[in-house]
Design a protein around this ligand. Structure first.
Ligand code: C2E
Ligand code: MG
Ligand code: MG
Length: 277
């Protein structure tokens, strides 16, 4: 060990203050030490205030650096080829969790653009449903609008297989409208998610409102549900409901929570439904 300008105690102090590096070795170490957890954010039926399901969102609970958000480690895991392992963790943790909930409640899972190339994705989802006694119809797999750009034929094949096996498909972060009407119909998407950037600006930007309205109209014409994410106020919840958006999710209802707090939140929410009025 070479120590310059200091002793061992200095070095260990410096290590504690070092930035967390998001590389293959640190992600591998985190997987081995069970540091990845799934947080859950409720999804609400805007007209009735009822909880319809939860979205699972990964967190890295680092013993020294605290809770790290996905934007810090998902791109790294995509680059190092470890995203498949993180998807497996999210599937197993999420399925184990929803097995305990009312079978009417759905569970949304984010699938990275890279995972659409993973030939084990369909088998993994099928076998996890089997292992945890989950009806695949409860699962909404959220893909981004760019998931099928690289290899549209392959993406279509995977999405069709997932759909045939009973999984529901959703489009996350819908802003750009990459999917055409025909693609949406052909691939049997059942949910379109309105991006939080549109929700955050809908009050003062007519462009955002128009995008939201056209997304809802497109979805309605195909019998697809719309879900708005990033709802932070009562005003946004009411505005979206008035525009015909069926479902909503955001800090106004609840922030993503760990399993224990999610169960407590659900119990409280069910006792006193809080309708946006
Ligand atoms: P996303 O799927 O679009 O998730 C919504 C993000 O918005 C989440 O950030 C959530 O915490 C945040 N959010 C929810 N409500 C509000 C709100 O009212 N206001 C604001 N400002 N933000 C809100 P998070 O958890 O940091 O996740 C970021 C992204 O990371 C996700 O975006 C998703 O693309 C990705 N991600 C999360 N978990 C996974 C995973 O298991 N696998 C993959 N491939 N990606 C994941
Ligand atoms: Mg999502
Ligand atoms: Mg989103």
């Amino acid at each position: 060990m070479i120590i310059k300008n200091g002793n061992v105690a200095d070095l260990s102090h410096r290590r504690q203050n070092e930035e967390l590096i998001f590389d293959k070795a640190s992600i591998c170490n985190a997987i081995e030490n069970n540091q990845f957890a799934l947080y859950y954010q409720p999804q609400i039926d805007l007209p009735t205030g009822r909880v319809v399901g939860f979205e699972g969102l990964l967190r890295w609970q680092h013993p020294k650096h605290g809770i790290k958000l996905p934007e810090a480690f998902i791109p790294a895991a995509e680059q190092t080829g470890q995203i498949g392992q993180l998807t497996h963790i999210a599937i197993d943790t999420g399925f184990k969790f929803i097995e305990k909930l009312d079978p009417e409640l759905s569970f949304s899972l984010n699938i990275s653009d890279c995972s659409i190339k993973d030939k084990h994705l369909v088998d993994t989802l099928d076998s996890s449903c089997h292992a945890f006694h989950i009806d695949p119809h409860r699962i909404v797999l959220e893909f981004t609008e760019t998931a099928s750009l690289e290899n549209p034929a392959h993406a279509e094949d995977i999405l069709t297989q997932l759909n045939t096996n009973g999984f529901r498909l959703g489009i996350d972060d819908s802003v750009a409208g990459h999917y055409s009407l025909t693609q949406l119909e052909k691939m049997h998407f059942s949910e379109l998610k309105i991006d939080k950037s549109l929700v955050a600006t809908m009050e003062f930007s007519s462009k955002s409102r128009k995008s939201i309205i056209s997304t809802i109209e497109l979805a309605d014409s195909l019998g697809i549900a719309t879900i708005a994410e990033g709802i932070e106020s009562n005003l946004e919840a009411i505005g979206l409901r008035e525009l015909g958006c069926q479902l909503g999710q955001g800090y106004y209802f609840a922030k993503p929570m760990d399993e224990v707090n999610t169960l407590k939140w659900l119990e409280d929410w069910n006792k006193s439904l809080r309708l946006p009025t």
